[in-house]
Write a protein that binds this ligand. Sequence first.
Ligand code: PLP
Length: 346
Amino acid sequence: MINELLNPWIRDLVPYSSARSEYSGSASVFLDANESWDGGNDGMNRYPDPFMRRLRKEMERVMGIPYEMSAVGNGSDEIIDMLIRMFCVPSCDSILIEQPTYGTYSVFARTSAVGVIDVPLTPSLSLDEDAMIRAIRSEKPKIVFICSPNNPTGRVYPLETILSIAEENKGITVVDEAYADFAEDFTSAIGAIHENPRIVVLRTFSKAYGKAGARLGILVSDPEIQKVFMKAKPPYNVSRCAENEGLEALLGADAVEKRIKETIARRKETAAFLSELPYVTEVFPSQANFILIRVQDAAALYSYLLERGIVVRNRSNDPLLENTIRITIGSESDMNKLKEALCEWR
Ligand SMILES: *Cc1c(COP(=O)(O)O)cnc(C)c1O
């Protein structure tokens, strides 16, 4: 079933066999990969493991992501790009996205000459299930991207809605759960992959796990899709440095948990503060580590904050988001500086 959805040239691809992917077993002398001998068998002189086995075992232990259903990419961004290139035929296929949402889905589609079908959210920024299903029926996209909690709105969509869209979609449905760790009472789509193997879930080390600089994205999918990803990806896409950073984050899972709690508490407190400001007309409820607000004049507020040395995102150019600003939840001192600046405006 997955095979039929793949690009024919990906389906027929003979994988590049790297030195480190051919070898399995136990050895102590490695003369197979033209690496430097200086540094031992497990140092930076050695290529990283193409399968990221150590990291994925730890991901299973700490995050509960089944080992045989996981792969790691150079950020989720690489995985998004790869999925589009695995499934979509250039100048022929298209992807379907909600609007507004994370910007890279459409950028990666366009860099591969893949079409983009936009389905606007409802005015209250929830998923328009009927409109999505209508568009799926008429346009037959190869991939549907759903981001939950959505960036830049912070909204979580009901899992039933996501699953009924995924059921209707005969192509791949990618559920991007980058902000899942910040959502309360969240149910992941990972549990639905067994019933519908066309569902793919994205997670990342960039947000709650605090490793944006390492570039570590997670693909959770049916093992069939894993196999294709493994043969289509660059052999050493994730560096040893990144792997070490990921392992460090997972070993410090207690600290991650603590930081998540602190971020959620600060999100609530910041939302309450923002809703008291006279020029803030709307504070959108958020389940992520940022808050979207509507103000009287977003451009003016953005420039004012910049003058005060504070950078936020002006999202006003996104559909439905006129005069909105997205604010990431920072440290306590960051938020105090923000509050001080906001109080002194006008
Ligand atoms: C930040 C973010 C990601 C993470 O991307 P990485 O490449 O893993 O850093 C993925 N999806 C969404 C919606 C995001 O906002």
